[in-house]
Design a protein. Sequence first.
Length: 168
Amino acid sequence: MNKNAKKIILTTWLLSTSVTLTFCQNITKQSMKANTLQPKDLDSLIVSYTTMPAYYVDYSNSGCMFEIRINDGYTEKLFDPGNSGGTLMPINTEILKSGKQTFWVRLYPNPGEEVITAKIPFTLEIGYKDFKVESGTEGRPWHSVYKMPPVVVPDSGLPYYEFSGEFE
């Protein structure tokens, strides 16, 4: 390739790169002007909120395995035999918008068992703690938004149990 051809290719490449960079800079400047929310504005917006709820599922299980879903996302599942009592699990990441939320619970017998026989195999309560409220010596107050009705286990046991509901 001769020197003139190389100069033409190099000049063309530099011009196209310059045009592309200028175009991208203009788009970026326009985007920045359109987005007028500055960090200080965000801080003042957060301060203006009257509540800052952190939502939790409070559950306990005895003699069963389980799955919990909030808005069709797996929130918690226990497929190993064992009991847990008073477990608080945060669920804010599963709540994508304000309003009604759905949840679903399914209970299974422990491995090697055909049915669930525990008289109180599972309890569930959904609630929140407001982080705008100062925590005193007793901590932040619990605000219950949903409490699952008791699971009724017949004398013959349950092969599985399924429950769904909504909370706001």
